[in-house]
Design a binder for this molecule. Structure first.
Ligand code: GCB
Length: 692
């Protein structure tokens, strides 16, 4: 249960509220501060920009200065890291008796905010939202907000390392909020101010506790109470309750309301992502002053080392992907439409799990997962190393608190991740640092806020027992077929972990292979990972072999492909383009799903499909070739240059059909496959040129 504990409100690093939808028009107003910003990096000339914005969209993926090496560290960067200053006028004429807040959904890495030159708050950490009250800093008119964001590496702020670019700037939306004197706190760790815990969920009934955080301004007066109702998906009220507000020791007051729902419809992942809606309202002397709505998906979650992941008691092996939050030409500064496009590609492929590696992502991503039934692993950005000093630990706990309070209502989130590859690339500089002690504290901190979700970790240290014992359940990053050993090594790697940790459960938190869509090979051979030669054919073959081993072990509670999309990694120099990690199933510009994408689509998505692999291998030398098709149809017929080749063929149990020794003619060849499933005709075709 998300058991709310009011933490001391820290004026330096407080955060803000989450989704404020459907508010009473006269109670709370929100304005997106999208346009009209002036921006300058360091002493450079200023320019007009819109927010979300980053200054690293291009240089963040330009690759290392030296042009060689692949150190997995975003610390020694060749891209611009420093202070960017944003400024704009605030569209506000302060009303008497009103309060004003400014909310940032995310800014990288350290942010200082001033209104009319008066500091209103500082936030440390690139992935959490934060919200400051600015009422006292406002004038009657002509109000200016100045925001300085600094993405310089900072050893007291997570993450300390990682194979990804730390894009700088106001990269998520900024919102101005106007409230009445008594409101649902928008500024308590930027949580929605309404914190839901699912106390007991069975098919017969569900009991839920809703804690509403109530903030009263200086001028507030009157008797305050909170009313909560829960509506089903059709809008029918299925439970109501109300409660008085007890004063908070520090920070907002709190109203606890317990509710019961008879015979609830459960949130059952992609097969039935059923959502209720919780509405909490503050009333002063009977008059509504504020309202916040939150999603409620009733479900139980568990991991069984023998049965896998359990959703409402039903075992499943999560078919997941990992995602970084950047895109070509935009870095981290994505629009909602960009995020929707990413999630659509994930859903179309048939995945039912998402690991937000290596940090919490935007509220919008979790919203989409709630609505579409995707199981989410959301993680704290403890990548490769953590320190054990108080300043670092404070920041770690603050970032964890933000993740839990901001996103804890999302039913899609089914586990909290506390580390990725700790000890990786740690040399003598980390000698004597009690990294495991720090992670134990992190786990304890998370448990003090939420006992309803398992804590997991992604290891790559099979031998480090004590590290791997820290999370409730374990997962491991495994790269057979890429960083070492052949792709069939997945079987042994999985078995090794299962045997070593029989009570911990095992998931494959990462597996993958690089692929450049312009590089092709007739005979697949394992490439050198840090080379420029990353043939697309090897990636798909590696996934076929890896996934075959994973699916044969149903006790493996999930697998998460590394990665759904190519992503920016300033220190990499390999594959087609320096600065890019090309293990995505989809290219960085999102224009091209690679062959391996369709391997999963054939295996995971129920819609009939057939896809000819190596379709981009258009310029060939050999007249004899193998044609490989991924399909979920019962049988497929191949035509080359209009002539049927052999008989209709059936795919194997990995949805693969292969025709060997297919003859092509010199010059242009049309290759086509046709199939039927459930009366639906499916076909695919491509053109290959043979030039000897
Ligand atoms: C890993 C890391 C991930 C890297 C990936 C890779 O194990 O967890 O951050 O990007 O390997 O591509 O090497």
């Amino acid at each position: 249960m998300l058991s709310l504990r009011l933490l001391p409100k820290n004026s330096v690093s407080v955060a803000l509220s989450v989704l404020v939808c459907g508010l009473a028009a006269d109670a709370r107003e929100t304005v997106d501060l999208t346009g009209k910003w002036t921006f300058s990096f360091g002493n450079e000339a200023s320019q007009k920009v819109d927010v979300p914005h980053t200054w690293n969209a291009e240089d963040g993926v330009a690759g290392p200065k030296s042009g060689k090496g692949s150190a997995l560290s975003a610390q020694s960067s060749s891209y611009k890291r420093g202070v960017g200053t944003y400024e704009r006028e605030l569209p506000v004429k302060p009303g008497k008796d009103k309060r004003y807040f400014v909310r940032f959904d995310g800014a990288s890495i350290v942010t200082d905010v001033a209104v009319n030159g008066k500091p209103v708050g500082r936030h440390e950490g690139a992935f959490g939202a934060f919200c400051f009250e600015i009422t006292d800093a406002l004038k009657d008119s002509g109000n200016t907000i100045t925001v300085k964001t600094d993405n310089t590496f900072n050893k007291n702020i997570l993450p300390l390392a990682g194979d990804f670019t730390m894009f700088g700037g106001l990269y998520r939306p900024v919102t101005l909020i106007e409230t009445e004197q008594t409101c649902i706190a928008p500024d308590y760790y930027a949580s929605p101010g309404v914190l839901i815990s699912q106390d007991k969920v069975t098919p017969q009934s569900a009991s839920v506790t809703v804690n509403t955080l109530v903030s009263s301004g200086k001028e507030a007066s009157g008797k305050t109470e909170v009313k909560v109702d829960i509506r089903d998906a059709k809008g029918k009220v299925v439970a109501t309750g109300s409660g008085g507000v007890s004063a908070g020791t520090d920070g907002p007051g709190r109203a606890e309301v317990k509710l019961n729902i008879a015979r609830p419809v459960l949130w059952q992942g992609r097969s039935n992502p059923y959502l209720y809606k919780v509405t909490a309202r503050t009333l002063v002397d009977g008059k509504e002053t504020d309202r916040v709505e939150q999603p409620l998906g009733l479900r139980t979650i568990g991991i069984d080392p023998k049965k896998g992941f359990l959703l409402n008691g039903k075992p499943m092996q999560i078919k997941g992907v990992c995602r970084h939050q950047d895109m070509e030409g935009k870095g981290w500064a994505l629009s909602k439409a960009d995020e929707e496009k990413d999630m659509k590609m994930i859903l179309d492929m048939g995945a039912d799990g998402l690991r937000t590696a290596h940090y919490p992502q935007s509220g919008h991503i979790y919203d989409i997962c709630d609505k579409s039934g995707v199981i989410v692993w959301s993680e704290v950005s403890a990548v490769e190393r953590v320190y054990d000093n108080p300043a670092f630990k404070d920041n770690m706990k603050q970032q964890a608190t933000e993740m839990l309070l901001q996103h804890g209502n999302h039913p899609s989130i089914c586990m909290w991740g506390i580390f990725n590859e700790i000890y990786h690339q740690c040399g003598s500089d980390m000698k004597g640092v009690d990294m495991e002690g720090t992670l134990k504290e992190l786990k304890q901190h998370i448990k003090s806020l939420d006992v309803s979700r398992p804590v997991v970790g992604a290891t790559n240290q099979q031998g480090r027992r004590s590290l791997n014992e820290i999370p409730d359940y374990l997962a491991a990053n495994m790269y057979p077929g890429w960083y070492g050993g052949g792709p069939d090594g997945m079987k042994g790697s999985v078995e090794g972990y299962v045997k070593a940790y029989p009570d911990k459960g095992i998931a494959v938190s990462e597996y993958g292979h690089g692929a450049d869509i312009a590089v092709h090979e007739e005979q697949v051979k394992q490439p050198a990972p840090f080379s420029r030669h990353h043939p697309e054919e090897w990636q798909s073959y590696g996934h076929e072999r890896n996934y075959n081993a994973i699916r044969q072990r149903p006790e493996v509670w999930g697998s998460f492909i590394w990665n759904m999309f190519d992503f920016g990694s300033s220190e990499r120099s390999e594959g087609a383009k320096p600065g890019i990690n090309d293990k995505g199933l989809v290219t960085y510009d999102r224009q091209t799903p690679k062959d391996a994408y369709f391997f999963y689509k054939a295996n995971w998505n129920p819609e009939p499909m057939a896809y000819i692999t190596s379709r981009r291998f258009t310029e060939r030398k050999a007249t004899e070739t193998t044609v490989k098709v991924y399909t979920n149809c019962d049988s497929v017929t191949l035509y080359v240059n209009g002539k049927q080749v052999g008989k209709a063929a059936k795919p194997d149990d990995l949805c693969i059909v292969k025709w060997d020794k297919v003859q092509l003619k010199p010059g242009e060849n049309t290759v086509k496959v046709v199939s039927n499933r459930k009366g639906k005709r499916v076909s695919d075709s491509c053109t290959w040129n043979v030039r000897s």
